[in-house]
Write a protein that binds this ligand. Structure first.
Ligand code: ADP
Ligand code: MG
Length: 425
């Protein structure tokens, strides 16, 4: 996949209308609708400010949550969940849509920018059209939740065309929603068929650093893979085996590897369907001369609980009735040494159940090793990014990817529709 894409710096936007896809999918308080974390809105500010300073008129858009735009489908889904069909009224459905309106986002964006943000009452309807037509250079408006349109997730060309039409004949499309580039939706990919398409600064940075590390890494490239399940990381392991010099395994997936190698893993997380796959990956690593490290020791617990007392065992001989919860001290030492000697480290997946203080040490120690190494350090995956932030090492990393699912698909080497649709440099 080509990661070398044109950016807002490669196109003249002065006096033009820019349809800007952002990732404003922010967490909200269920009861009040208040935004509980505005990080994603803040992250979009540099691109927005640049476009406004350049004299563009900005038509921003994003999805928010998972509204169901069809009443019939909504009612069917609710009924399947066991809700009483008589209670499934149009009014109730409309309330679920109202809860996902862009008002709080427009308000917060306006506060952060220190200027008015015009909010459209629809996505491509008469209100959006009138407001887009009246928008002047240096002004910004926000469309309603793109997923209010049935065609959004289906990448309907009619919807894409109508969205692009808001920017007019001389319009430009700028994509800065890295968190959504793995989805081929109308607003993330479809619109690029109708407007010249470039990236904003967020996507530019993701492509430069993560794309760079995958295409032409500073070696040795060490990939640290953890998290809960092998099955959710098969693509990542397989792809990174093609490009990395060393693969380090931690987290819950380590026990399926250990079992596959003839170990006993007690009640640890185990995916029996993936034992052969683990052995295939070990064989692939051998064949390619890639070092593959498994944890040698493991902090175990009798039950999956925050108060469980840690007990140290060899990973290959975890007693019956005990489960692996975190990597042990010998493993930590070995993994930290590997990180120290690396040119690039890509990390996806916590080393243990870091949410429990008793089992956070492995993840903390690996994060600390990353913070202290001279290597380029890249964090992908939602829980991994949260762990690094929670442990206080976020500002010590070269790059923490802003997209959970998108960063995983990136590491799988998959083509990302929201990137592929942008103009090549
Ligand atoms: P990411 O979102 O970064 O890709 P994952 O979703 O794959 O990461 O995994 C994160 C989860 O893995 C965490 O909630 C963590 O508690 C869990 N995990 C790590 N080690 C273990 C383990 N030994 N047993 C069970 N769960 C684990
Ligand atoms: Mg996760």
């Amino acid at each position: 996949m080509n990661y070398n894409k044109k950016t807002v710096k490669d196109i003249d936007v002065k006096g033009r209308k820019v349809l800007l896809r952002c990732d404003f999918n922010v967490p909200q308080d269920k009861a009040t609708g208040a935004i509980t974390d505005d990080k994603r809105i803040r992250a979009a500010l540099p691109t927005i400010q640049y476009l406004l300073d350049q004299g563009a008129a900005v038509i921003a858009c994003s999805h928010l949550g998972k509204p169901e735009p069809s009443f019939d489908k909504w009612a069917k889904k609710q009924a399947e969940k066991g809700k009483d069909p008589a209670s499934l009224t149009k009014e109730k459905w409309e309330k679920t849509l109202e809860a996902l309106c862009m008002e709080p986002v427009a308000k917060r964006l306006g506060e952060l920018l220190g200027r008015d943000v015009v909010l459209a009452g629809d996505v491509v309807g008469p209100d959006a059209q009138a407001k887009a037509a009246a928008l002047q250079p240096g002004e910004i408006m926000l469309l309603q939740n793109t997923r209010f349109e049935k065609g959004e997730t289906k990448n309907d060309p009619e919807l894409a065309k109508a969205m692009a039409g808001l920017a007019g004949a001389d319009g430009v499309y700028v994509s800065d929603a890295f968190g959504a580039v793995h989805r081929a939706h109308a607003s993330t990919a479809g619109v690029a068929a109708y407007l010249p398409a470039v990236s904003g600064f967020l996507i530019e940075k993701e492509l430069e650093i993560m794309g760079g590390a995958l295409a032409d890494p500073k070696r040795p490239l060490v990939a640290i893979l953890g998290g809960s399940k092998v099955s959710s990381k098969i693509g990542v392991i397989n792809h990174l085996l093609d490009i990395a010099d060393m693969i380090i395994i931690g987290g819950g997936m380590a026990y399926t590897f250990a079992k596959a190698q003839g170990g006993s893993v007690g009640t640890s997380l185990l995916e029996s369907d993936w034992l052969d796959y683990c052995n295939e990956m070990i064989a692939k690593a051998k064949g390619k001369g890639v070092k593959l490290l498994l944890p040698v020791d493991t902090q175990c617990a009798k039950e999956f609980s925050a108060d469980a007392q840690p007990e140290l065992h060899d990973t290959m001989s975890i007693p019956d009735g005990m489960m692996g919860m975190d990597i042990g001290p010998k493993t930590i030492e070995e993994y930290a040494a590997a990180v120290k000697g690396a040119g690039t480290v890509i990390w996806n997946g916590p080393m243990g159940v870091f949410e429990f203080a008793n089992f956070a040490e492995g993840t903390r120690a690996v994060a600390k090793a990353l913070a202290e190494t001279d290597a380029i350090t890249i964090i992908g995956g939602g829980d991994s990014a949260a762990a690094v932030a929670q442990l206080g090492f976020a500002d010590k990393m070269t790059h923490i990817s802003t997209g959970g699912g998108a960063s995983l698909e990136f590491l799988e080497g998959k083509e990302l529709p929201g990137v592929a649709c942008l103009l090549d440099k």
